[in-house]
Ligand binder design. Structure first.
Ligand code: JHZ
Length: 413
């Protein structure tokens, strides 16, 4: 891979001392699912390593894959999960209340995917606009009445939106800020587009949960940054914005919902914000210790999982995967779990069914196949939906089927 993709300085504070602490090896992009015809072609692989800035303590990747390779055609759609549909509905209710959203106020969603989140604001009479570089998803959203621009969110685009639609009372960005290389341009764009008394609401997997719960598979090429509150606060302050509240969410293994407003707006800062920063200090996230410990736990987990799968396989058992998630692809590539171990993977996403996993080439089938074939074990790579998936597959479990859950530590249920 060319050196131009190397992250040579911190994307928030520009410090050039980045301490690399986790090397997951080289692997294809996590949503690079393959058709049968593509299986015989060479796949591009990219280093997947995490490092931490020793000044602002932002955790980030050491290598940046160009966005064009990953986001123009996107296969991940959260709306196939009832957990996520409910999550988005409650986000829209909570944020509308906090921002005193009125009919005809503008709501812009960055990384709007198929428009599920925006449809909730639309129902309540807001003007809505989605922004997402994935052409396939923007087309789908537009066809369903969710106006969507198939663009990356930049300062330039923000100015164009203001000129055409005015300023936004709410800007949402769920699981997308971590994907943006030029954070300063994007946050400048947020400042430009946001109403003087508006709220920017972002969600991202919380670094502290990621580390504490060994969620190493959330580290992949799409996620360039891994946010704790301390570096985020610094980023927003650099753009005359500040965090006014943070509410923890259970999704994606532990998520922070961060409310941000212009520094001179009417909102007061909730004491929770300082509590998060204090807790991060207490846990020493401004030292190398937690990152080193995490890396050594990840290596042990890899050993445990490989040992377990080999033993089960030697007993002649039938194992499949559950969830062709991006994180599943990281886990399978890191642990070299291929189609010799998993006969196939089931997944609810129509775009993924019939395709093969990147790097490990495991076939993806619809969820119904699990009950039809009744394998002995299903490796639950979408462990962040354990509750929903266990509930949905009661019959499989009652018939003796078992789930292997890899994160936070390997266990069978
Ligand atoms: P899921 C996504 O990562 C993508 P992924 C993204 N890059 C991001 O930032 C993170 O989330 C946070 C399937 N499934 O959500 C659907 C079932 O089959 O963990 C999905 O393919 N049956 C934007 O891809 C996968 O599991 C079910 O009942 O790691 C879950 O993917 C349910 C609930 C899900 O995200």
């Amino acid at each position: 891979m060319s050196r131009k993709y190397l992250q040579s300085s911190c994307r928030i504070c520009s410090n050039t001392t980045l301490h690399s602490f986790l090397d997951l090896g080289s692997m294809p992009i996590p949503n690079g699912f393959l058709t049968k015809e593509q299986l015989s072609q060479k796949e591009n692989k990219y280093p997947l390593k995490a490092c931490v800035c020793t000044s602002c303590w932002l955790v980030q990747l050491t290598h940046v894959i160009p966005a064009e390779i990953m986001f123009r055609n996107y296969v991940y759609i959260p709306s196939t999960s009832t957990t996520m549909v409910q999550h988005f509905e409650s986000l829209s209710i909570e944020s509308s209340k906090k921002a005193y959203l009125r009919k005809n106020n503008l709501v812009v969603d960055i990384g709007s995917n198929d428009g599920t989140l925006l449809s909730n604001y639309k129902k309540n009479g807001a003007r809505i606009l989605g922004v997402d570089p994935a052409q396939n998803l923007a087309k789908k959203a537009n066809a369903q009445g969710i106006p969507t621009l198939a663009h990356y969110f930049t300062k330039e685009l923000a100015s164009a939106i203001v000129a055409e639609h005015g300023r936004a009372k709410i800007i949402t960005a769920t699981n997308v800020i971590a994907h943006i290389d030029n954070l300063h341009d994007a946050i400048d764009g947020v400042r430009t587009l946001l109403h003087p008394n508006g709220l920017f609401v972002m969600e991202a997997p919380y670094l502290v949960d990621l580390i504490d719960n060994n969620e190493f598979d959330t580290i992949y090429h799409e996620h360039l940054s891994y946010f704790a509150v301390h570096p985020l606060q610094k980023l927003f302050n650099m753009h005359n914005l500040h965090i006014i509240d943070i509410i923890k969410q259970p999704v994606h293994g532990g998520t922070i919902r961060v409310y941000v407003s212009p520094i001179d707006s009417n909102y007061s800062v909730h004491p929770r914000v300082e509590n998060f920063i204090t807790e991060e200090k207490v846990k020493q996230f401004h030292t190398l210790a937690p990152y080193r410990d995490f890396a050594s736990r990840v290596k042990n987990m890899k050993k445990d999982l490989i040992l377990l799968l080999k033993r089960i396989k030697q007993e002649g058992k039938f194992i499949v995967g559950y969830g062709a998630s991006a994180k599943g692809n990281v886990l399978e590539n890191y642990c070299a779990i291929n189609s010799d171990i998993l006969n196939y993977i089931v997944d609810s996403t129509p775009y993924k069914q019939g395709k093969y996993t990147p790097g490990t080439h495991i076939r993806i089938c619809s969820e119904e196949k699990l009950l039809k074939d009744r394998p002995d074990y299903a490796l639950l790579t979408s462990w962040n939906f354990t509750e929903e998936i266990l509930e949905k597959n009661k019959k499989y479990r009652e018939g003796g089927g078992q789930f292997i859950i890899p994160v936070p530590g390997v266990r069978i249920v």
